[in-house]
Design a protein around this ligand. Structure first.
Ligand code: B16
Ligand code: MG
Length: 217
């Protein structure tokens, strides 16, 4: 039986994926090239360092270590200018209903995000206090699709991996959940997240019966 839930942050609880895209795209444009929204799918769930490596490959560019660090810092500053304006109204539709239900059923849940900005974002949207555990990019050494972030979260929730359900919007994150032997629920398009055990377009399409089903088997 499933007895613990793990939520990704960007693209699952809030749509910060759009801010990451804008900030990475500005970086690429400033360096003299562009990339598509389709390519951007490959950046979702991927750490800041690995994202910049991919983008530079797309632009056929190499940067010195110092310049690489400077570009990452600038991207983050630009990203945070969007985050700064966020409040609880940015929580994606349907998310709070699920959190409320899990709380009511006394089912523990954690955040499992690749982002180093996860804690400040949770505070901004007023959900920080609601999670039984928070594991983010500052706590891990291996990025998704490595399952480390979710395995630490499962451990903090005192659950075995197979007892955990992971909600993810990214290919890398779904793979991480699967490699970790957890049940994966993709939030997004089926043609992108086909590797997930279940896929829903968004949380408004997930009803409490589905949560009950997961809790009962
Ligand atoms: P940061 P998630 C991921 O968050 C994002 O999907 C990904 O686009 C981003 O590069 C990564 O966090 C690192 O974020 O630059 O804020 O440390 O989806 O795992 O919650
Ligand atoms: Mg995500």
């Amino acid at each position: 039986n499933h007895k613990a839930f793990i939520f990704d942050l960007d693209g699952v609880i809030v749509d910060t994926a759009k801010f990451h895209f804008l900030a990475w795209r500005k970086l690429a444009n400033d360096l003299g090239f562009d990339f598509t929204e389709e390519q951007n799918e490959q950046l979702k769930g991927v750490s800041r360092v690995d994202s910049l490596k991919k983008i530079l490959e797309w632009g056929n560019m190499e940067l010195s270590e110092e310049e690489f660090q400077r570009q990452m810092a600038m991207k983050n500053e630009n990203y945070l200018s969007y985050v700064d304006k966020m409040d609880a109204s940015e929580i994606l539709p349907g998310v709070e209903k699920i959190l409320d239900y899990l709380t009511e059923q006394q089912v523990p849940y954690a955040l499992g995000s690749a982002s180093k900005n996860a804690r400040p974002i949770l505070k901004k949207i007023d959900l920080y206090h609601r999670f039984d555990a928070i594991v983010d990019g500052t706590d891990v050494s291996k990025a998704k699709p490595d399952p480390e972030v979710f395995l630490i979260a499962a451990d903090k929730l005192n659950a075995q991996p197979k007892e955990c359900v992971v909600f993810e919007d990214s290919v890398a994150g779904v793979q991480a959940a699967n490699i970790g032997k957890m049940t994966s629920v993709g939030i997004g398009e089926k043609n992108v997240l086909g590797e997930a055990d279940y896929v829903f377009p968004d949380f408004t399409e997930i009803d409490l019966k589905f949560i009950d089903k997961l809790l009962n088997n």
